[in-house]
Design a binder for this molecule. Sequence first.
Ligand SMILES: NC(=O)c1ccc[n+]([C@@H]2O[C@H](COP(=O)([O-])OP(=O)(O)OC[C@H]3O[C@@H](n4cnc5c(N)ncnc54)[C@H](O)[C@@H]3O)[C@@H](O)[C@H]2O)c1
Length: 360
Amino acid sequence: MASSARYYADPSAATKFATELLEKCGLSSEDAKSMAKCLVLADVRGVDTHGLARLPQYLDRVSNGRVNAKPNFKLTEKTPVVAHLDGDNGFGFVVATRAMEEAVKRAEIYGIGMVTANHSNHFGMAATYVLQALEKDMISLVFTNSAKQMPPFGGKETLLGISPFAAGAPSNTEVPYILDMAPSVVAKGKIRKAARRGESIPLGWALDAEGNPTTDAEVALNGSMAPIGGPKGSGIAILMDIMSGVLGGAAFGGEVGDQYKDTKPQDVGHCFIAIKPDVFLSTDDFKARMDTLVKRVHSATPAPGFDEVLFPGEPEHRLGVQRHREGIPYAEAEKEMFVDTARSYGIAELVLSAAPLSLN
Ligand SMILES: NC(=O)c1ccc[n+]([C@@H]2O[C@H](COP(=O)([O-])OP(=O)(O)OC[C@H]3O[C@@H](n4cnc5c(N)ncnc54)[C@H](O)[C@@H]3O)[C@@H](O)[C@H]2O)c1
């Protein structure tokens, strides 16, 4: 049975550790730091599936030449508010951070900015780029596509990605709105975990290879993921492909490379839209009105089985506050992986504590 022990890392030490590893792989200091920050941010917010645990796989992709460690980005202005970024097969984190920066820059001047990107790779937690826009008090929409793992509604074969859609809006004293959702019922990791433990999965999570709903986790792994709400989740996944792949000039319709299996570049597409609220009303007014909305949602009477009603993004926000205070808890297997990786790349190990930390 897996150990339940947890080892705590200071987020800034984790960022330094990941930065050094990525630099060893040939990324510039700036890009290594930017990508490390994205990965640690996911861990801080409890999106552990998209954090440092993925580092070895990303490092492998650089060493085997599947990702370009030193991309030469090409930005093309389409109109004053719209631009396109060719990511030159760089890491999705770096491409996406630059593309959102460009969208925000345009929104600062014109009220709205939109940037599509192609020739990119997996960009991790979509909320990362919403948080980037929130730092500048911007409303944002984030689209990406990804490798096929889900059939279109009514179909048998996988064609659509489990591509997360994210959106954000700033508030003043209350939590900001951060929706970050994949269009599948659950993440594939949950099915892998059930299969490892020999457990069944609830009906509705996944389909077998024939397109029938299944409760058998092993069968599900050879089948496909089920979209949320049938045609609705499938429709959102198609929208992700339209905004990122079709519009952005990237791969689409089942052709995005699989980062676990394919040797070809992924050619993931993204699309980022930033909106400055004061095109419509002052940013202060907008944020005050957002505070009212958050308070109204919070004041809803909890339904049976609920203690309180939360705003989208609030569970991750709360974990973030806790983890900035106590450190990020990593499992035994992750601790071992960090030690092995540090040794193979000849860098200092990440300092981990067996008890929660007391950080400022
Ligand atoms: N880059 C990729 O290709 C890719 C693919 C799949 C998933 N992901 C990432 O995986 C992560 C997990 O995705 P997911 O769909 O499993 O997310 P999830 O189901 O955990 O959360 C979806 C949304 O629901 C909100 N939420 C959850 N509980 C809530 C509550 N009680 N009250 C109010 N709001 C609540 C969350 O804040 C979040 O905005 C995301 O960060 C996503 O970007 C990335």
